[in-house]
Ligand binder design. Structure first.
Ligand code: ATP
Ligand code: ZN
Length: 464
């Protein structure tokens, strides 16, 4: 079966046919780095990380671009309120987002362009739009002329007469429905030079310029939160088609994280910040929870739902660990057919998770029946499936001390050799050598305890 995706532009589920066979190019609208991320902010990152991992699993060479909007009204306002430079404010919160994505196991994008790094491309974009009759400058501002593009409104279904851009009136707009490509410089604000005067970019222009600069005039999939359909993505399409670019072939939009049915958002004050959340919940369990709903559904946040998801994840995790302990090393195998069919059906994660849990049940039964080989095969399947979902329990990313574990194993070999030498010395009543070994280990921070099963060791700094 081929992957089928719901395309917001055609409002139907369509077969995914990449522009270039064997490859997939994906652009995801990233954060406006104005504050500390809440769990709603990272939902798109997680949902489309699954898309990326699935495309990769299917053998496609994936280019995945997620931008950073590092210049914006909100950044300027908040930085000014805090008495900090705008660029420091943006950089600080960009790091917060990176930390959150990393903690939640979202793969780093192939490239993470910052808007301020693409000003030249934005100016060139505006030039093309003006030449083609879709944009005009006025008092140092540049606007997109929405009436110049008959298809305007096709993504969101807005009729031109109902369009409200939700931006300030702007001086010199020919039509109040025109949207801003470039804002004339205001005193004290950052500005870059253009043929129409100094200023700074509008948000919509940023994404069109970054996406096409990196992925080309035509690319496969454009993703983002459903609140971006209008005006942001409508305007990206207008700019790109106006400039003569084919732009995205598929448009994917994720639903919100809600609380009591309302979008989690800073302005409503119903937010759960990621750093606070990670103090009390394991990152892998939060990731599992945020990725457990279908990407197009709303995800209603509650402590109960989070706890339930965490318990579900622990069932998967403990099965894989039991098999590893009792049977042996669990490699990453292949996903099963139910799982593949679920993900191919517009990334049907809930059905895919049902396939994982069915496999876990079957694996537990095999384990209890003493069928180690069967349990091992199923655990390998479970690892492959959870890897696609970004939650493989044995992924070193989650086994917190992944690197430590390997070092610990190596240390175990060396210390045991020393302990053998000590045991031999004691058997030969060579107390000096026995003490020397013990003291040397103690000096290196290794505590030795003699037990009926022989000498055991532990690092003093670590609780074992
Ligand atoms: N609750 C949410 N669920 C899913 N995505 C969200 C949620 N809140 C914000 N986003 C996404 O994060 C990005 C930034 O959103 P936005 O700046 O509106 O954040 P916010 O926290 O809602 O702040 P504000 O209160 O200023 O609206 C958008 O792309 C949006 O799609
Ligand atoms: Zn965007």
């Amino acid at each position: 079966m081929t992957l089928r995706l719901y395309d917001s532009a055609t409002r139907e589920v369509r077969d995914f046919v990449p522009l270039r066979p064997g490859t997939a190019s994906v652009y995801l609208c990233g954060a406006t780095v104005q504050g500390v991320p809440h769990i709603g902010h990272v939902r798109s990152g997680i949902a489309f990380d699954v898309l990326r991992r699935w495309l990769d699993y299917r053998g496609l060479d994936v280019l995945f671009v997620r931008n950073v909007t590092d210049i914006d009204d909100k950044i300027l306002t908040k930085a000014a309120e805090a008495g900090r430079p705008w660029w420091e404010w943006a950089a600080t919160h960009e790091r917060e987002f990176t930390r959150a994505y990393d903690a939640l196991g979202v793969l780093p994008p192939s490239a993470e362009p910052r808007a301020t790094g693409f000003i030249t491309q934005m100016v060139e974009y505006m030039q093309r739009l003006i030449e083609r009759g879709h944009a005009y400058s006025s008092d140092g501002n540049v606007y997109f002329d929405v009436r110049s593009l008959p298809e305007y409104g096709s993504l969101s279904g807005h009729r031109l007469e109902d369009v409200h851009q939700g931006e300030s009136a702007g001086t010199g707009k020919r039509d109040p429905r025109d949207f801003t490509l470039w804002k004339a410089a205001k005193p004290g604000e950052p500005a870059w030079p253009t043929p129409w005067g100094d200023g700074r970019p509008g948000w919509h222009l940023e994404c069109s310029a970054m996406a096409t600069s990196l992925l080309g005039a035509e690319f496969d999939i454009h993703c983002g939160g459903m609140d971006l359909i209008f005006p942001h993505h409508e305007n990206e399409i207008a700019q790109s088609h106006g400039a003569g670019d084919g732009f995205a072939q598929y448009w994917l939009h994720n639903g919100w994280v809600t609380m009591s049915g309302e979008k989690m958002s800073k302005s409503l004050g119903n937010v759960v910040a990621i750093p606070a959340m990670l103090e009390r919940v394991r990152a892998v369990e939060l990731r599992y929870y945020l990725g457990s709903a279908h990407y197009r559904s709303m995800l209603e946040y509650s402590e109960g739902a989070l706890a339930e998801a965490a318990a579900g994840y622990r069932r998967i995790e403990s099965f894989v660990h039991r098999v590893a302990d009792r049977v042996g090393r669990v490699d990453v195998g292949e996903v099963n057919d139910d799982f593949a069919a679920a993900l191919d059906d517009d990334l049907g994660v809930p059905a895919a998770l049902a396939a994982v849990h069915n496999a876990v049940r079957e694996g537990n039964t095999a384990l209890e029946a003493g069928d180690g080989a069967r349990a091992l095969a199923i655990a390998a399947q479970v690892r492959a499936m959870t890897a696609v979902l970004g939650t493989d329990p044995l992924d070193p990313h989650w086994t917190a001390a992944g690197a430590d574990d390997e070092a610990h194993d190596a240390l175990d070999v060396l210390i045991k050799a020393e302990l053998d030498r000590r045991a031999q010395a004691r058997a030969a009543k060579d107390w000096a050598t026995a003490d020397e070994v013990r003291d040397r280990l103690a000096e290196a921070g290794v505590e030795v305890t003699d037990t009926p099963d022989g000498a055991q060791w532990a690092l003093k700094s670590k609780e074992h």
